[in-house]
Design a protein around this ligand. Structure first.
Ligand code: IMP
Length: 194
């Protein structure tokens, strides 16, 4: 059976990725299967660099095919911040509420509130060139929180086509339009074409 290791311990991502990869005949392993592997420092300047670093380090260690992803939010009026610092924008504690508060504070008085979510993925094969995928979800940072679904910046991310914030829609609906959902689909289409 073909094996693929996904470089994450995030339960949400594991469920989502297994659901799409297992029907293609892959046995999906995760970082939980390799507990001894040390934490990877995400110090890249781009999402792509972080995805590549995670995939390469784990693949070099295991000699297996690895899929890694990195994602975050870019706000135009803030020079694309928080970017690769999205998880720890307001400090090292990875506190979603504090991140959202800081973002709203930093955007106060700015007329351009446009933003996008980015997901970068790297598929790293021990003997082949790495393959990269990227996708986006465009929207605006709203003035106020709305909804209680999702995570991270979802309550303050407004999607014009839906006239809703991301935290107001179901996970199924979100997966159809989200940066991560669309990126995963690109990866799946690539694997299917092999
Ligand atoms: P990760 O690298 O995919 O774990 O994401 C890093 C950070 O980006 C998360 O901690 C969130 O703050 C933010 N982020 C990424 N994707 C989303 C999303 O779909 N909704 C809200 N926030 C997100």
């Amino acid at each position: 059976m073909k094996e693929i290791v996904i470089a994450t311990k995030n339960e949400h991502k594991i469920i989502e990725m297994k659901k799409m990869l297992e029907p293609l005949g892959y046995k999906v392993l995760t970082l939980f299967d390799f507990d001894e592997f040390p934490e990877i420092i995400e110090d890249g300047k781009t999402f792509k660099a972080n995805a590549f670093k995670k995939a390469k380090e784990l693949s070099d260690y295991l000699n297996k095919i690895v899929l890694a992803d990195d994602s975050g939010l870019e706000v135009i009026a803030l020079n694309n911040e928080p970017g690769v610092y999205s998880a720890r924008y307001a400090g090292d504690t990875r506190n979603y509420e504090k991140n959202n508060e800081l973002l709203l504070k930093n955007l106060k008085g700015k007329s351009d509130r446009s933003a996008r979510f980015v997901t970068s993925m790297c598929l790293y094969h021990p003997n082949n060139d790495p393959v990269f995928f990227e996708d986006y979800l465009y929207g605006e940072i709203s003035e106020k929180h709305a909804g209680s679904n999702g995570f991270g910046y979802d309550p303050i991310f407004y999607v014009p086509e839906l006239n809703k914030n991301l935290a107001e829609i179901s996970l199924e609906e979100k997966n159809k339009i989200s940066h991560r959902g669309k990126c995963l689909l690109k990866l799946i289409n690539h694997l299917k074409s092999k």
